[in-house]
Design a binder for this molecule. Structure first.
Ligand code: PLP
Length: 388
């Protein structure tokens, strides 16, 4: 197909779903003039905590900063090790490095794309302080299996970047481990541009994270502003960061959160439709459905089987791009990224599951602005591109 020819239709890999309610919601903080972390952030945190059945939720600038904050609040630092599945976004491992700790990579299960508990267990040493349980693409990691093989003093941090609204055995993502971090980047189901949320069950951990989020200040700006002595600065007794979300973002987040369940139901319906519509292609494996919880479908990630596919994955992706259908590799394998490979002397075969996921996965469009025609077009183009 001539790549200069305009495709019949363009289907993006992801698009945020926003409307008049989000427009209206941002008026309030803009008119009030309180733009940084304030009443909207507090309301967003409260609703998010309620929705995920967890006592504490702290809004942040991103999931990356929420992950960093979680590890910092756990006092993880130089000399400590954090186990990280290699098939995940680089931020999961970077968070450990930001603390001066060592990310120790382990392999993933190529069917669920999530951490392989046996591989994680094989990486435990006396220095292991935490394990990052990534709920990749919105499917929860097998948390019970992980808890069985990890010593009880090792903290479990859920990387729930993709998993707002997901559940595992009846428990919401974010309420399963010791702490969790969510993302509101536009490729996630609900978004406020950029943003994150740290959730935790433990009061002490949450209080510590709250202080570290705001430069180490003993009270938040809002508390100080509305407190008895707003003219005095708070105490700063430790090194903190500026990881505060703005009230403008939180105003959008509040509206988006109300739509989360509808978004996921629609995605789930479409995911099941894809599985059926693509079932005759023996070289394209559609994602396995969990039987122990609710998938949040942040992304619909297929596997292009290299031993059966009529053309290589990258060629298929290029041909789909020419036909207006956006695709992406699921994510990358951290041990194959230049920085990690050279700093920790890693090679692709060290984690074969993650290596194969990086090479063979292909996310196809799934988002809440797609129409019936868009879905039908994607399926038709996959066939046309593969056999062109
Ligand atoms: C698994 C995972 N962890 C962490 C992140 C980082 O999220 P953010 O962009 O909000 O920092 C992402 C983002 O894509 C992700 O997919």
């Amino acid at each position: 197909m001539d790549t200069q020819v305009k495709p019949e239709r363009v289907v993006q890999i992801a698009l945020p779903f926003m409307g008049d309610e989000e427009w209206m919601a941002v008026r309030e903080p803009i008119e009030a003039g309180w733009l940084t972390q304030g009443p909207k952030v507090a309301a967003f945190e409260k609703d998010f905590a309620n929705r995920h059945g967890v006592p504490h939720a702290l809004a942040t600038t991103s999931c990356t900063t929420a992950l960093h904050l979680a590890l910092a609040a756990m006092d993880i630092g130089p000399g400590d090790e954090v186990i990280v599945p290699s098939f995940t976004w680089v931020a999961t491992a970077n968070a450990a490095l930001y603390c001066g700790a060592t990310p120790v990579l382990c392999d993933v299960d190529p069917i669920t794309f999530n951490i392989d508990p046996a591989s994680a267990a094989s990486k435990v040493t006396d220095r292991t302080k935490a394990v990052m349980a990534v709920h990749l693409f919105g499917r929860c990691a097998d948390m019970d299996a992980l808890k069985t093989v990890i010593p009880p003093h090792v903290k479990i941090v859920e990387d729930a970047a993709c998993a707002a609204g997901a559940t595992y055995k009846g428990i919401a993502a974010g309420a399963i481990g010791d702490a969790a971090a969510f993302s509101f980047h536009p490729r996630k189901s609900i978004t406020c541009g950029e943003g994150g949320m740290l959730t935790a069950k433990d009061d002490v951990l949450a209080a510590r994270a709250q202080v570290l989020r705001n430069h180490g200040a003993s009270v938040s700006e809002e508390q100080r502003h509305h407190g008895p002595q707003p003219w005095l600065l708070p105490a700063f007794d430790e090194l903190g960061y500026n990881y505060r979300m703005t009230d403008v973002q939180a105003a959008i987040g509040l509206v988006q959160l109300k739509k989360l369940d509808d978004f996921i139901s629609e995605r789930d319906r479409r995911a099941r439709w894809y599985a059926d519509a693509l079932s005759d292609l023996d070289w394209l494996h559609t994602p396995a459905l969990p039987n122990d919880g609710r998938h949040a479908w942040q992304a619909y990630v297929t596997i292009v089987d290299p031993s059966r596919a009529p053309i290589p994955r990258n060629e298929l992706m290029a041909r789909l791009h020419a036909r207006g259908v956006a695709t992406r590799p699921g994510t990358h394998a951290i041990h194959m990224l230049g920085y990690y490979a050279s700093r920790f002397a890693l090679s692709p075969d060290d984690f074969p599951g993650a290596r194969d996921c990086e090479r063979n996965t292909m996310a196809i469009p799934l988002h809440n602005r797609m129409t019936d025609e868009d879905y039908a077009y994607v399926v038709r183009m996959i066939r046309e591109a593969a056999y062109a």
